[in-house]
Design a protein around this ligand. Structure first.
Ligand code: ADE
Ligand code: ZN
Length: 333
């Protein structure tokens, strides 16, 4: 099954580019930019990949991304991710960036955005991989600040597919961001938000009802409210689930305890994604294979999850149909 999964066409819908900086790249960029890191070596960075909760991870994530200063740094980070996942047969990827984590440090929005977009364009030319860029607002900061980020996003309006919401879920409920999500929809963007990762099921419900998102990132704690699970299924609101991340951040004690299969059987459109692959021990193939093994997913279940990924993507219907066709041919071949 590992080989079948490795060769299978896939879409990734939930990954943070800043969470794909491997230890060697972190040190290369730190040397290039003369940035001091709190870890003395690549091995020390890898040894620090142990998190009791989301906040401990976010502390490391924000420390690691300080090596990014120039357009070339953002290009190199994005390119390293693309080279990795094109070998894993990821045909389409929708990447998050956290602009506030950079502009607050004095990095120009344009340098960040252009570096990332140039790499994605080059990846499309070289590998044929399609992409979308999602700007992830940070929920620990104010809605006013998020609004200012939307002002900047308007300067690249058609080059951004969606607006998201990440950062520490507790104690930052979705209700704090109603105005900014209303505006994002009015500007014509798709919207997504992290919910039900460390926050309770009510945060997932409020994210649907108040923020009116097109997809929920994580969302796994919806299971604490069976009526909400039924609603997510009937509304076909996809969940971008990140199994290895959920175990590393103690949302579940181990992969065998993950509820992805239960949600799938309840009719929820679950997808599999990597979240922050350099920190959580795997990219798309490892997330799919480790989950398949731990939950004993059948080949049909694995294909359904992969198909959900293409169908939940922010792509025109005809392009989605082509990708689903490629997946069906792979399945039959
Ligand atoms: N930013 C990067 N990874 C995240 C996660 N798993 N949850 C919330 N914000 C994040
Ligand atoms: Zn995430």
């Amino acid at each position: 099954m590992r080989a079948r999964i490795a060769g299978m066409p896939k879409a990734e819908l939930h990954m943070h580019l800043e969470g794909s900086i491997e230890a060697d790249l972190m040190f290369r960029l730190a040397r290039r930019n003369k940035v001091a890191l709190k870890w003395g070596s690549e091995d020390e960075v890898r040894a620090a990949y142990r998190f009791a909760n989301l906040q401990e991870f976010l502390d490391m994530y924000y420390a690691g991304l300080t090596v990014l200063l120039t357009e070339a740094d953002f290009f190199d980070m994005t390119w390293a991710y693309l080279e990795k996942v094109q070998q894993e047969n990821v045909l389409h990827t929708e990447v998050f960036i956290s602009p506030q984590a950079h502009t607050r440090r004095g990095v120009a929005f344009e340098a960040m955005f252009n570096g990332i977009e140039n790499a994605l364009r080059q990846g499309q030319t070289k590998f044929g991989m399609t992409y979308g860029i999602i700007l992830g607002l940070q929920r620990q900061w104010s809605e006013d600040e998020a609004m200012k980020m939307l002002d900047q996003a308007c300067s690249v309006r058609d080059r951004v597919v969606g607006i998201g919401l990440g950062g520490p879920e507790l104690p930052n409920p979705p209700a704090r961001f109603v105005n900014v999500f209303d505006r994002a929809r009015a500007e014509g963007w798709k919207t997504v938000a992290h919910a039900g990762e460390e926050g309770p099921a009510s945060y997932v419900a409020d994210t649907v009802d108040l923020l009116k998102v097109d997809r929920i990132d994580h969302g796994v704690r919806c299971a604490e409210d069976p009526r909400l699970v039924a609603r997510l299924a009937s509304l076909r609101i996809p969940l971008t689930v990140c199994p290895l991340s959920n175990v590393e951040l103690k949302v579940f004690p181990n992969l065998a305890a993950h509820n992805l299969k239960t949600l799938l059987h309840a009719g929820v459109a679950v997808t599999i994604n990597s979240d922050d692959p350099s920190y959580f021990g795997g990219y798309m193939n490892e997330n799919f294979s480790a989950t398949q093994e731990a939950l004993d997913l059948t080949a049909a279940e694995v294909y359904t999850i992969a198909r959900n990924g293409f169908e939940a993507a922010f792509l025109p219907e005809d392009v989605k149909a082509q990708y689903v066709g490629a997946l069906d041919r792979y399945r039959e071949g």
